[in-house]
Design a protein around this ligand. Structure first.
Ligand code: GAR
Length: 214
């Protein structure tokens, strides 16, 4: 860590409710972390206002201004490096990052994903859960690797799917658990409790394994 608290860059694209959960956890002293910057690829992301209200520096880096993914990734890395952070948190950041970017911050990027990974990588997870008739759903936090939504899972939490659920109600329920597991995971990172060895995650030396989740 660069200081007594883990320094975070939080990357967003939209509403920023997960960002808010991190801000609140930091402010309440629940986790030994502080947000150095919030970066959005969307100028209209509401999360930028949340950051400004919390006096956190914000930056907009629009992918539309770059002719290819690599140039965007390089500009993003330059921006992040100016803040000297320990951990990059993808909190609803809807851009795919290239392999070079990910390698540069190996084991220092985490992502929140709205499904019980390895099920339902990608988009529209709530609708896909409903069409499959699944009885449980949930959210996962994982380390980011070049395999999209396929990096090792650090933690996940599940919710029951009720017959009355719609994609919208599932989204609300999943959001609620996301707001618990994302700050909790950042707290583990900040307390130096996580290790990645050969692509496997260890918490306090104990292997975390969600690969056989069904
Ligand atoms: C969250 O549900 C997060 O899991 C999802 O975007 C939402 C952002 O909400 N991320 C992904 O789908 C990434 N593949 P928020 O802006 O209110 O935090």
């Amino acid at each position: 860590m660069t200081g007594s608290k883990a320094a975070l860059a939080v990357l967003i694209s939209g509403h920023g409710s997960n960002l808010q959960a991190i801000i609140d956890s930091c402010n309440k002293g629940e986790i030994a972390a502080s947000i150095r910057c919030v970066i959005s690829n969307e100028a209209k992301a509401y999360g930028l206002q949340r950051a400004q209200q919390a006096n956190i520096p914000t930056n907009v880096l629009s992918h539309t201004e770059f002719s290819d993914r690599k140039l965007f990734d390089d500009a993003l890395a330059n921006l992040i490096d100016g803040y000297n952070v320990d951990l990059i948190v993808l909190a609803g950041f809807m851009r795919i990052l290239g392999a070079d970017f990910i390698k540069r911050y190996e084991h220092r990027i985490i992502n929140i994903h709205p499904s019980l990974l390895p099920k339902y990588k990608g988009l529209d997870t709530h609708a896909r859960v409903l069409s499959a008739g699944d009885k449980i759903h949930g959210a996962s936090v994982h380390f980011v690797t070049a395999d999209l939504d396929g990096g090792p899972v650090i933690t996940q939490e599940s919710i029951p799917v009720e017959s009355s659920d719609t994609a919208e109600t599932l989204q609300q329920k999943v959001h609620r658990i996301e707001h618990e597991i994302l700050p909790r995971t950042i707290g583990w990172f900040a307390d130096n409790r996580l290790r990645v060895v050969d692509g496997k995650v260890f918490l306090d030396g104990k292997l975390i394994d969600y690969t056989n989740h069904s």
